[in-house]
Design a protein around this ligand. Structure first.
Ligand code: GLN
Length: 192
């Protein structure tokens, strides 16, 4: 199994470390020719969604990745990655892939004071540590979108077919369980 990590900006190295702890091969997507190889899943990391979104377009990565996600490639979007997947943003006119039927609020906890750490239950995963860094949350989710995590009543984790989106950073906590959960989806998808 091989997982692609979008590596144009943000916390991509931390995701690679998680995958390597789990003994899973990964590689970085930085330019269009990186897409020539086969892969079984994609991680969209946290960072600055506007910057990542603009770079995706400038580097001609946007359309090929959008096509793969629409065709069912398993994808895990964390923080800015969730924003990139969202169908709509409630406080920003931009949308990016728009493949995940949720409305997301950027910087939902405030820009400066919005960083915190907690532990909460994720459906199918258990109680895991969560680091929120200027995080978004999901304001509303489509009827077919499964809500897998809430913190203080706010939706911070969703799953829709092969797409998993979380508001928090699972890659900076030393806990690999959310990545293992994502890899299960990748494994099912990669079966011939
Ligand atoms: N605030 C960032 C944004 O709106 C997301 C923060 C993050 O990924 N840690 O793009």
């Amino acid at each position: 199994m091989k997982i692609a990590v979008l590596s144009v900006q943000g916390a991509f190295i931390e995701h690679e470390k998680m995958l390597s702890l789990l003994g899973v091969q990964s590689f970085e997507i930085r330019q269009k020719r990186d897409l020539e190889q086969e892969f079984d899943g994609l991680i969209l990391p946290g960072g600055e969604s506007t910057v990542i979104g603009n770079l995706l377009k400038e580097l001609d990565l946007f359309e090929p990745l959008e096509k793969k996600i629409k065709e069912g490639l398993p994808v895990l979007g964390t923080c800015a990655g969730l924003i990139l997947l969202a169908e709509k943003l409630s406080n920003d006119a931009n949308t990016y892939f728009g493949t995940l039927p949720v409305i997301v609020r950027r910087n939902a906890y405030g820009r400066q004071l919005g960083s915190f750490y907690t532990e909460e239950e994720v459906t199918g995963v258990g109680k895991i540590p969560m680091a929120f860094i200027r995080a978004p949350f999901v304001e509303s989710a489509g009827a077919d979108t499964e809500i897998i995590a809430r913190v203080d009543g706010n939706i911070v984790g969703v799953k829709y077919h092969n797409q998993i989106g979380v508001s928090f950073h699972p890659e900076v906590t030393g806990c690999t369980r959310l990545h293992e959960y994502f890899l299960q989806t990748c494994q099912v998808h990669s079966k011939p």
